[in-house]
Design a protein around this ligand. Structure first.
Ligand SMILES: [Zn+2]
Length: 392
C-alpha cells in the first residue's frame, strides 16, 4: 500500500510545479515568430492592430503581449495579381504602415533590423518588429529594388510566393509542372540575388520555393537559411512542406525551419475535410468567386461565418509537436522554430486560436519531454542564431 501511495505521489509531484512553470519558462524565453500576415491581411484593408480585434483576426498589439511574443517578423506581402511596379510599391507602402504603427506606439514596439536592436527591444520589453518580404515578385526583377527593401528594414526575402518569378520557380508551379518562365530552379540572376542577399545580411527564405529552387539556393548561399513557415512533407505530403532530404540539408547549412501552424500543412486529411465543408456552402462560395476574391480569402470568410463547423475541422495541437519532433529527430533541436502564419491561414490546430495562445506550444513541448534548454532554442534561440549569422 505504502508503495502504491509513494508511486502515486511520485507521479503527481512533478506535474504540479510543471503546470505553473510552463508559463514562467515561456515568459522568460525569447519567443520569436518568423511569419505573421496581419499587415497585409488586415492593416492594408483598414483595420488597426492598435485596437482589440479579438474574434476578427489572430493578432493585435495587446494579444502579441498576452502571447509572450518578443520578436515578430511581419510578412510584407501581396499576391500575384500585383504586377511589376505595383507589387514593389505595395511592399513599400506596407513597410511604411508598420513604421507608422510602431511610431504611434513607441512604448510597446520597436523596429528591429540588427541583433543589437533586437537585444535592446527585449531588454525594454517592447515587441521587436521585423519584416520579411514574402515573394520575389516584389523586387521587380531588379537588384536595386531589393536594396531599397533591405534599406527600409526587410531582413528576409522568401524567394518566391506561390507564383514563380523570372529567376526562381515556386513549389506550386514546380509541383504542377507549370513553369511560366520555362525553367525549374534558380537562373544565374537568381543565384546572383541569393549571393547579394548574403552580402547585404538579408536572410534567404526557402518557404514556398520549388524543390529545384531550394537545392539551387542552398548550394549557392554562404550563410544559414531560414524556412520561415513550412512543415514536414513526410507527415503531410503537400508541395509547401520539406522532404526529409531538404530538412537534412537545412541542418547541414546551419539554418532553421520554422514550423507553420496551418492545419492544411500539418494534417494530411485536413484538405479533404475542408473541401466537404466548402462544398456544403457552395452557393456562397460561388458568389464570392464571382467577386474575384482569392481562394484563401473566400475560405477565411466562410470559416469565420461558420465558425463551429470550421472548428471541427481542426487537428489537435499534438500534430504541430509531431512535426517539430520529426525535424528534431532528423537534425536535432538546433534547427527548428515557429513560423505561425497567423492572419494568413484560415485554420490552426485546436487550442491555438490566436497569437495569445502561444504559451500552449511551450506547454505541449514540455509535456512531450523537451528540456527547458531545447524549448528555448525552438521558441526563439535558433532564429536569433541564424539572424545573427546573417547580420555579420
Ligand atoms: Zn506564405
Amino acid at each position: 500500500m505504502l508503495y502504491r501511495i509513494c508511486f502515486l505521489f511520485m507521479l503527481i509531484l512533478p506535474l504540479q510545479p510543471f503546470a505553473q512553470s510552463y508559463k514562467k519558462i515561456h515568459r522568460n524565453a525569447i519567443v520569436a515568430d518568423t511569419h505573421n500576415d496581419v499587415i497585409s491581411s488586415v492593416t492594408m484593408k483598414g483595420m488597426s492592430i492598435e485596437t482589440d480585434l479579438t474574434g476578427k483576426t489572430h493578432s493585435d498589439i495587446a494579444r502579441f503581449k498576452k502571447g509572450g511574443i518578443d520578436v515578430q517578423v511581419f510578412s510584407i506581402f501581396c499576391n500575384e495579381t500585383f504586377h511589376k511596379d505595383t507589387a514593389y510599391n505595395y511592399a513599400r507602402a506596407e513597410i511604411d504602415s508598420l513604421y507608422a504603427i510602431v511610431s504611434r506606439n513607441p512604448g510597446k514596439m520597436m523596429i528591429v533590423t540588427n541583433p543589437a536592436a533586437l537585444d535592446k527591444a527585449i531588454k525594454e520589453k517592447k515587441l521587436a518588429c521585423m519584416m520579411g518580404v514574402e515573394g520575389g515578385h516584389m523586387i521587380n526583377d531588379r537588384m536595386d529594388c531589393l536594396d531599397t527593401l533591405f534599406k527600409k528594414g526587410a531582413r528576409y526575402m522568401t524567394l518566391t510566393w506561390n507564383n514563380s518569378v523570372s529567376w526562381a520557380s515556386s513549389a506550386a508551379d514546380e509541383s504542377k509542372n507549370n513553369l511560366p518562365f520555362g525553367t525549374k530552379g534558380l537562373t544565374s540572376f537568381g543565384k546572383e540575388i541569393v549571393k547579394h542577399m548574403n552580402d547585404l545580411g538579408m536572410m534567404v527564405d526557402l518557404s514556398h520555393v520549388g524543390e529545384q529552387t531550394f537545392w539551387d539556393a542552398i548550394n549557392t548561399t554562404t550563410k544559414p537559411v531560414i524556412v520561415s513557415h513550412s512543415c514536414a512533407w513526410s507527415l503531410c505530403p503537400v508541395p509547401r512542406n520539406l522532404k526529409d532530404e531538404q530538412i537534412k540539408a537545412v541542418g547541414k547549412n546551419g539554418g532553421v525551419i520554422d514550423v507553420n501552424f496551418y492545419s492544411g500543412f500539418l494534417d494530411s486529411n485536413y484538405m479533404k475535410r475542408k473541401e466537404i465543408f466548402l462544398n456544403g456552402h457552395k452557393t456562397e462560395r460561388d458568389s464570392l468567386q464571382q467577386l474575384k476574391l482569392p481562394g484563401y480569402e473566400i475560405e477565411e470568410w466562410l470559416s469565420k461565418k461558420y465558425a463551429a463547423e470550421a472548428n471541427d475541422l481542426r487537428p489537435p495541437l499534438s500534430l504541430l509537436i509531431d512535426h517539430i519532433d520529426h525535424i528534431v529527430q532528423l537534425i536535432g533541436a538546433d534547427h527548428v522554430g515557429l513560423g505561425s502564419d497567423f492572419d494568413g491561414i484560415e485554420s490552426a490546430p485546436k487550442e491555438l486560436n490566436d497569437v495569445s495562445d502561444m504559451p500552449l506550444v511551450t506547454k505541449a513541448l514540455l509535456e512531450r519531454g523537451y528540456s527547458k534548454k531545447d524549448v528555448e532554442k525552438i521558441l526563439g534561440g535558433n532564429f536569433m542564431r541564424v539572424f545573427t549569422a546573417n547580420s555579420q
